[in-house]
Design a protein around this ligand. Structure first.
Ligand code: GLU
Length: 465
């Protein structure tokens, strides 16, 4: 029986959650969740100078917004440093590591000489096979006793078989002379202790995999499945940078993309299955696999992102969408909905969501319900309210006061008024839009009237007359 899948996301808390990191987390989440496995979160905060609690908080916020929930507590790598040191000593005891007394100066001199001789400087410690009886009473680092010949083979689910000649790698320090573990050791110890079965991460870590695999071997631990995924590039095929647009997950939240759409888009960014384009997270979990991950860097395509988000807006349940809209307003530092706006939004969301791709676009279409009287009119709206049109609205208003407030009841009234005045419905709609929304381009007049209600509709018409 195969062991349950355990994946992890292991960001370094040195900034915000990058969109590439968000996608890495998403792939790990989908892979685990689709297999009844666990998705763990580890903060790689061993670099004390560059790690900040603010960055950790930003990463957690970004993941939470994306809807990527992790299992158990967040693991701090730094807090596990004693365990890392313990493993370094265990390697020593197993004879897969040794005490190295070489000083910084000695190593630097060695390197300089190798470089001067035109060789790639792979430091070979003279202490590797030294008799412990010759050990001085001096500080030492613990170095891994890496194989000196042969090859280390990384069987990568995305990159294929990656072969590294062992002679190109030196005996990596696992524990510094000041007793602090190195990052490369910490990653392996943590992944092992956390029971991680699949390491899915950016291919900028592919180079690390060989050395990390040597640590697994040195400890006699089961090597995880490796999957190094290509980075995300900008639309021009160059490495994604600020120049292309937003790179932070939270920036996308502030721009008003719905999280479900973002998840769908990021899932398709570098992964494919047949012609599946628009899917829910549940569907993605069922489909997601490592074999669908491409080897070429994926290009960010903002048009496609918007399109995908448009589908998810339309697919969303009304209550959940309203909730997310309110969260968007808070994240974007925009005023919260007032009681009246909220009430109208509940009625309007079912039609507004059908044609909006982002929350700002949805709010733009919701302008008529966000405003309160007196309605400010733009130039075109003003022009639509000439004397004749005002007269027509005047004859309409009393009929609205007694009508049932449903589309079925309102439709014949508006049609009649248009016929009585010998005009087409379009000619009637223009002054209505002007009076209700102060604009010439709005949602359907029925939808607007139903959303703001009879009282407000009649009041706005009276204002315009
Ligand atoms: N902490 C590393 C990073 O932020 C990830 C290491 C890993 O996934 O093994 O890039």
């Amino acid at each position: 029986m195969s062991s349950p899948v355990v994946t992890r996301f292991a960001p370094s808390p040195t900034g915000y959650l990058h969109i590439g990191g968000g996608r890495t987390a998403l792939f790990n989440w989908l892979y685990a969740r689709g297999r009844g496995g666990k998705f763990l979160l580890r903060i790689e905060d061993t670099d004390r100078e560059r790690s900040t609690p603010q960055a950790t908080a930003a990463i957690l916020r970004g993941l939470t917004w994306l809807g990527l929930d992790w299992d158990g507590d967040v693991v701090s790598q730094f807090e596990r440093r004693d365990r890392h040191a313990e493993v370094a000593h265990e390697m020593l005891a197993r004879g897969t590591a040794y005490k190295c007394f070489s000083t910084q100066e000695e190593i630097a001199t060695f390197r300089a000489a190798e470089e001067a001789a035109g060789r790639y400087p792979v430091f070979l410690s003279p202490w590797r096979d030294a008799d412990p009886a010759t050990h001085p009473d001096a500080p030492f680092a613990i170095r891994m006793k890496a194989p000196r010949s042969g090859e280390t083979v990384i069987e990568d689910e995305v990159q294929g078989r990656v072969v590294i000649r062992n002679e190109t790698l030196d005996d990596m320090i696992v524990l510094r002379s000041d007793g602090t573990p190195v990052y490369m050791l910490a990653v392996v110890v943590d992944d092992h202790d956390m029971g991680v079965t699949h390491v899915i991460r950016g291919d900028d870590h592919l180079n690390n995999a060989a050395r990390q695999q040597m640590v697994y071997d040195a400890m006699g631990w089961q090597v995880p499945v490796w999957a190094h995924i290509p980075l995300i590039h900008g639309p021009d095929g160059k490495k994604l940078s600020k120049r292309h647009g937003a790179t932070g997950v939270e920036e996308y939240q502030a721009m008003g993309y719905p999280a479900a759409g973002m998840r769908n888009y990021l899932t398709r960014l570098g992964w494919a299955k047949g012609d599946a384009e628009i899917f829910t997270s549940e569907e993605a979990m069922a489909m997601f696999d490592l074999s669908g991950i491409g080897r070429a860097p994926a290009r960010l395509d903002f048009k496609k992102l918007e399109n995908t988000c448009g589908h998810h807006m339309a697919m969303a349940g009304d209550a959940a969408l309203l909730h997310e809209l309110e969260a968007y307003l808070a994240a974007a530092n925009r005023p919260a909905l007032t009681g009246a706006q909220h009430e109208r939004m509940v009625l309007a969301l079912p039609f507004l969501k059908k044609s909006a791709k982002t929350f700002p676009e949805l709010l733009e279409k919701a302008h008529f319900l966000m405003i309160s009287r007196p309605v400010l009119r733009d130039e075109k709206a003003e022009a639509a309210l000439d004397t004749v049109s005002r007269g027509i609205l005047k004859s309409l208003t009393p009929r609205l006061q007694t009508a049932s407030w449903t589309k079925d009841a309102l439709e014949p009234i508006l049609t009649e008024i248009a016929a009585e005045n010998g005009i087409g419905f379009g000619k009637l709609a223009a002054p209505l839009r002007a009076a209700i929304a102060g604009r010439s381009v709005t949602p359907s007049v029925y939808d607007m009237m139903l959303a703001i209600g009879r009282e407000e509709t009649v009041a706005r018409l009276l204002d315009a007359i």
